[in-house]
Write a protein that binds this ligand. Structure first.
Ligand code: NAI
Length: 268
């Protein structure tokens, strides 16, 4: 048995982990043995989440982070290194989604989505790779996992701007993986493509589908997604979290530059 999913001794920063998929990933990394820093703009909720996840003895802390700000990233990475004594795993999970038909998109909404989803992810990779490459604080080679979306792989109506931003995350992931490999950083860089998960964001999307006139009810909108999913259900936070543990662990040691669908086959 050579497979090793343990993250014992690893130090991780998970963005957007106050709630939803990020909180689930933070829990799963901590359950696998990592010390986890939650980086989010929602301070109060993040503190509650960190406290809840620490209750069983895990090490989960919070540092304020606005992923759109270079200075905020510098401070969050410094806080992670100072608190845990290193930094080996970054999960770039923070994201926002603002739905609109192409005929209705608003420039400010598009800019905001690209700022959080694309600029935020790229700044995260910048700061993580600087810290994790030789001379930085990573112990045995780091891992960066970006949360893209099945929306980067299929044409789902009402989310053109969001899909474009998640496609950009996918491309940037692959380029960072190639640079990291060729320049000997020792850091693997990958992304996940989650399918629809009924978090705050997921349920808002279902409501937006109705508001855009693409379904009569939220139940119909969700039913349409399930109908397009070979495994016949929505995703769960734990589906994403388990995949994240695998991708960040040594079990994935020869995997870099990929997007892993975790979508029940929706993007197939
Ligand atoms: P959510 O809306 O429940 O949580 C997003 C988190 O990101 C929140 O804690 C929020 O405070 C944080 N955040 C937003 N802007 C931020 C910023 N500027 N700096 C730091 N943190 C910020 O969303 P959910 O569903 O948990 O999504 C997590 C990730 O998964 C996102 O990147 C999303 O695009 C992606 N995703 C979600 C899917 C779904 O169906 N829920 C499907 C595919 C991808």
């Amino acid at each position: 048995m050579t497979t090793n999913f343990s993250l014992a001794g690893r130090k991780a920063l998970v963005t957007g982990a106050a709630r939803g998929i990020g909180a689930g990933i933070a829990k799963a990394l901590a359950d696998a043995g990592a010390a986890v820093m939650i980086g989010d703009v929602l301070a109060e909720l993040s503190r509650d989440t960190a406290q809840t996840l620490s209750a069983g003895g895990a090490t989960v802390r919070f540092t304020p982070l606005d992923v759109t700000s270079d200075d905020s990233w510098s401070a969050a990475v410094a806080a992670t290194v100072s608190e845990f004594g290193g930094f080996d795993i970054l999960v770039n999970n923070a994201g926002i989604e603002i739905s609109a038909l192409v005929t209705e998109v608003k420039a400010d909404d598009l800019r905001r989505m690209f700022d959080v989803n694309v600029v935020g992810t790229l700044l995260g990779m910048k700061h993580a790779l600087r810290e994790m490459r030789p001379g930085g604080s990573a112990g045995k080679g780091g891992s960066v996992l970006n949360i893209s979306s099945v929306a980067a792989t299929i044409a789902f109506p009402a989310i053109s701007g969001y899909s474009a931003s998640k496609s950009a995350v996918d491309r940037a992931t692959r380029i960072a993986a190639v640079e990291s490999g060729k320049l000997g950083y020792g850091v693997r860089v990958n992304c996940l493509y989650p399918g629809l998960v009924p978090t705050d964001m997921g349920m808002k999307l279902a409501a937006d589908i109705v508001a855009c006139g693409l379904a009569a009810t939220i139940e119909e909108a969700v039913g349409d997604v399930i109908g397009q999913t070979p495994l016949g259900r929505l995703g769960e936070v734990t589906d994403m979290a388990d995949a994240a543990v695998f991708m960040c662990s040594d079990a994935a040691r020869f995997i870099t530059g990929i997007g892993l669908p975790v979508d029940g086959g929706m993007g197939t």
